[in-house]
Write a protein that binds this ligand. Structure first.
Ligand SMILES: Cc1cc2nc3c(=O)[nH]c(=O)nc-3n(C[C@H](O)[C@H](O)[C@H](O)COP(=O)(O)OP(=O)(O)OC[C@H]3O[C@@H](n4cnc5c(N)ncnc54)[C@H](O)[C@@H]3O)c2cc1C
Length: 288
């Protein structure tokens, strides 16, 4: 386990949230994770922080991040097995190495496999749940278990993992055999599409609100006259109204209030309540 003390929260979140976490623990083995849960300390779990803001209460608890080498990666019979802490750019490398096509649509996003499965990451008509066969978890009692795709109860940007507080440690994906060249082309196409429509090079989350049934959050934000709306360092992207961009580190309070403000204005102008896609992380306590 690697312990980092007084760690800048900016380096844990793609939006570059301001703050200082007392300790960040990089978990390097499954046994370390099990031992930690057995200690029953409150904790906060984060992937690559590309869909999260961290409540200041979490700064006082250990913030757990899983090492990208927590479990080995392997490829056998069209199934790619990868550790939860693996970042997307390394995942793209493995798809090319094993010539297995599946999650190229996530290219360019600064996420981890654990966060992508938990959120059921998706775009352009494809989701992680279309490819995941099963995943391995440690529950808060320290039990090591596998759940099938069906048991994970995937929905639109949701899964049972968000409710149960299981920690995903590795995931298996069913791939289609392909060639390095074809996979690289698919990765490059995804990247180009993102760069054309999203502020990929800025400090941002993905979409801040979920699309309501039959509509688009971005369209409702635009209809409410909020495209490009800014307060302090925070601004709704001029490129994509449902993306928030942060020019300088902003606090949890600044970001949470900004999101609330957008939600309130859209509700008053359109009558539609936008549900947040971004997660506000709070400490997990064993007494909850
Ligand atoms: C530029 C950009 C583009 C994006 N585009 C998209 C897109 O096209 N589609 C899309 O769906 N999202 C998109 N996102 C949002 C984000 O990348 C996804 O939600 C992603 O799945 C989050 O992964 P993460 O590792 O960063 O998760 P985090 O933000 O770190 O965590 C998200 C949630 O998952 C939990 N979690 C993380 N790891 C684990 C684990 N191992 N076990 C259990 N729970 C865990 C956390 O506690 C938290 O509740 C984008 C983000 C950015 C910055």
């Amino acid at each position: 386990m690697i312990t980092k003390s007084n760690f800048p929260v900016e380096r844990l979140t793609s939006i570059k949230q301001h703050g200082l976490a007392k300790s960040v623990l990089i978990i390097e083995t499954v046994q370390e994770l099990i031992e930690f849960y057995k200690s029953k300390q409150p904790y906060t779990l984060i992937g690559k922080g590309s869909n999260s803001i961290i409540h200041p209460d979490c700064f006082e608890t250990p913030i757990l991040q899983l090492s990208p080498t927590l479990t080995p990666s392997s490829f056998e019979r069209s199934t790619l097995t990868v550790p939860a802490g693996l970042p997307t750019h390394q995942l793209m490398g493995l798809l090319q190495k094993y010539e297995c096509s599946s999650l190229e649509f996530s290219a360019g996003v600064p996420a981890s496999v654990g966060g992508m499965v938990t959120m059921n990451f998706g775009c352009w008509g494809q989701s992680v749940s279309d490819f995941l066969t099963r995943a391995r978890f440690v529950d808060s009692l320290g039990n090591d278990i596998w759940l099938s795709n069906k048991e994970i109860e995937f929905g639109y940007r949701t899964s049972i993992i968000q409710k149960n507080k299981f920690t995903l440690i590795e995931a298996e994906f069913l791939c289609t055999p392909s060639t390095k060249e074809n996979i690289k082309t698919r990765i490059d196409t995804s990247l180009k599409k993102r760069l054309a429509h999203q502020p990929l090079r800025e400090n941002t989350f993905g979409s801040i609100f979920k699309n309501p049934p039959g509509d688009f959050a971005g369209r409702l934000i635009e209809e409410s006259g909020l495209k490009g709306h800014s307060i302090g360092n925070l601004q709704l992207s001029k490129q994509h109204a449902n993306f928030l961009v942060n020019s300088e580190p902003s606090t949890f309070k600044d970001i949470a209030e900004f999101l609330q403000n957008i939600q309130d204005i859209v509700l008053s102008k359109t009558g539609i309540h936008l549900e947040k896609e971004v997660k506000s992380l709070t400490p997990f306590s064993f007494s909850d």
